[in-house]
Write a protein that binds this ligand. Sequence first.
Ligand SMILES: *[C@@H]1O[C@H](CO)[C@@H](O)[C@H](O)[C@H]1NC(C)=O
Ligand SMILES: *[C@@H]1O[C@H](CO)[C@@H](O)[C@H](O)[C@H]1NC(C)=O
Ligand SMILES: *[C@@H]1O[C@H](CO)[C@@H](O)[C@H](O)[C@H]1NC(C)=O
Ligand SMILES: *[C@@H]1O[C@H](CO)[C@@H](O)[C@H](O)[C@H]1NC(C)=O
Ligand SMILES: *[C@@H]1O[C@H](CO)[C@@H](O)[C@H](O)[C@H]1NC(C)=O
Ligand SMILES: *[C@@H]1O[C@H](CO)[C@@H](O)[C@H](O)[C@H]1NC(C)=O
Ligand SMILES: *[C@@H]1O[C@H](CO)[C@@H](O)[C@H](O)[C@H]1NC(C)=O
Ligand SMILES: *[C@@H]1O[C@H](CO)[C@@H](O)[C@H](O)[C@H]1NC(C)=O
Ligand SMILES: *[C@@H]1O[C@H](CO)[C@@H](O)[C@H](O)[C@H]1NC(C)=O
Ligand SMILES: *[C@@H]1O[C@H](CO)[C@@H](O)[C@H](O)[C@H]1NC(C)=O
Length: 500
Amino acid sequence: MRLSFFTCLLAIPSLCCANEILYEKRDYIFSDPSSACSQFGASITLENVTVNFANFVPAGTNLSFTQDYGLALCGYPNALVTSDMCRVAMYVATSYRSGITLEAWLPINWTGRFLSTGNGGESGCIQYPDLAYTAGLGFATVGANNGHNGTTGVAFANNSDVVEDFAIRSLHTGVVVGKELTKQFYGTAHKKSYYLGCSTGGRQGFKSVQSYPLDFDGVLAGAPALNYPNLNSWSAHFYPIFGDLGNATFVPVGLWAVIHQEILNQCDGIDGVIDGIVEDPELCRFRPEALQCPPGTTNSSTCLTSAQVGAVRKAFTDFYGVDGNLIYPRMQPGSETIASFVYYTGGPFSYSSDWFKYVVYNNSNWNPASFTIEDAKVAEDQNPFDIATWNGNISAFQNNGGKLRSISGMGHCEGGDGAYFIGNLLASVSTMDPQNNVLLRIIDWVENGNAPETVTGTKFVNDDPAQGVAFVRNHCTYPKRNVCTNPGNYTSPDAWTCVL
Ligand SMILES: *[C@@H]1O[C@H](CO)[C@@H](O)[C@H](O)[C@H]1NC(C)=O
Ligand SMILES: *[C@@H]1O[C@H](CO)[C@@H](O)[C@H](O)[C@H]1NC(C)=O
Ligand SMILES: *[C@@H]1O[C@H](CO)[C@@H](O)[C@H](O)[C@H]1NC(C)=O
Ligand SMILES: *[C@@H]1O[C@H](CO)[C@@H](O)[C@H](O)[C@H]1NC(C)=O
Ligand SMILES: *[C@@H]1O[C@H](CO)[C@@H](O)[C@H](O)[C@H]1NC(C)=O
Ligand SMILES: *[C@@H]1O[C@H](CO)[C@@H](O)[C@H](O)[C@H]1NC(C)=O
Ligand SMILES: *[C@@H]1O[C@H](CO)[C@@H](O)[C@H](O)[C@H]1NC(C)=O
Ligand SMILES: *[C@@H]1O[C@H](CO)[C@@H](O)[C@H](O)[C@H]1NC(C)=O
Ligand SMILES: *[C@@H]1O[C@H](CO)[C@@H](O)[C@H](O)[C@H]1NC(C)=O
Ligand SMILES: *[C@@H]1O[C@H](CO)[C@@H](O)[C@H](O)[C@H]1NC(C)=O
């Protein structure tokens, strides 16, 4: 009784703050936003900045990026604009042979907040869905193409300036230009600045914290691609482990479903309930030999040959380099539902082979099947522009009052078997309560001092909100982990406790 009463009390301020965060601070409205926007575009005279266009875009516009301005390759064909805004598109030179394509989405109804989005993979792509999400919430938002166009690393070849943009210069340049444009457009500087990114975007968030600790007051860095050259080596090492269809070590996708079930058999109960989710993969010591076929079996769809057992064991073993140092930790058990379509398909993982071709060796003929730990050593030693992003000293950011959250678990940035609707993307918004929405949660932390203990995620039936909630679960703050204390009620967040 007392516990649930307490929960109610906590819920009331959250509801009050969600509204306050979203609406009450929208304190600047233009009388004629359309001409304000075009006049603003014509007035921009910043060094290195060329304005391509400045357009007033009314709420309700379905922007199409294939026909309009974006890149068909990036897979963001359109985005729905949900509040009136001034959209400014620019090219910003970063050197004589490099530059970024940058957009600022400046909502007419401004909250006084600035935000930069990040990038993903090896792109090359302005993340329009993130701009639409955050500008719609009243942030003056910027997004850049990270110094090159498209989703491959070809532009890195023999051009270290493009690599420098990708490491951090694109993000920082966009922040400097974006904050100045924000001030010029609204006539007053932003009050707080935020960052939102995942994967490569997560790494960019950490790099910003390490190298430009004053750029942001709040940073949301999801699934960060840290220790980047080593991550590329680890990503590259799966191809030599498994080979291609037809190699004795190759594991067809159907067998990965069998392996996943065996991982659940061995590890699902560790967190206190059998629910199809391994809450903390670190505690799972998966033994693939349990799936070994009897002698003489060939091409079974239910068990593994000894060559396959050996390959699977390698994938789930920490990866060490020539000097005996750890290159990267093992693959996490449970992830194979997604990883089998990314890393174990036969053929190389394109992001990592591009890194070796176009950055490490400047040689587009480099053969990914030949990858060894000697290559990993070359990449680690090279570490251009300290793209490793592996500096644990973030005291300068912390001393400036900066708040940083890295969101772990679930699929990679979205999807997965767990409660992954946490508001990190517009497509993963369940509610606008800050407890359920990490973007609003970090605002609440920066501006109201409410540090998160947990973030509440939602899993919908068949991942479709229209079909209702499958379960709700709190995600713990690292290094705490989730334990189920009431297995009969595991779909309720109250059935779980965060423990050290
Ligand atoms: C600005 O936000 C308020 C809510 O705070 C809303 O009522 C109004 O319609 C918005 N105006 C525009 C131009 O979007
Ligand atoms: C936006 O336009 C695209 C392509 O024309 C369409 O597929 C999509 O459903 C539209 N989105 C909305 C929210 O209307
Ligand atoms: C403009 O770009 C050059 C490199 O081409 C750089 O040295 C200079 O600092 C940039 N200026 C500004 C204001 O960023
Ligand atoms: C990237 O694409 C944009 C939009 O089409 C274009 O303006 C820009 O010049 C391109 N950048 C590079 C480096 O090719
Ligand atoms: C690749 O090219 C870049 C840019 O010209 C250069 O800095 C780097 O040293 C080259 N790497 C190799 C292995 O030749
Ligand atoms: C896969 O088989 C091909 C053909 O026998 C061979 O050339 C290649 O080295 C094998 N790959 C691995 C990773 O074993
Ligand atoms: C293995 O068996 C499947 C059917 O179960 C078949 O499609 C496949 O071609 C077989 N592979 C080999 C290498 O024999
Ligand atoms: C980089 O430049 C070198 C020297 O001109 C050339 O041999 C090599 O093919 C270039 N690499 C790529 C990937 O274009
Ligand atoms: C951490 O970085 C700050 C500067 O940002 C420096 O003053 C301090 O000495 C560093 N601390 C350690 C333990 O290296
Ligand atoms: C299960 O959780 C719900 C929601 O928190 C709660 O109302 C109910 O009492 C719980 N049932 C049991 C058996 O614990």
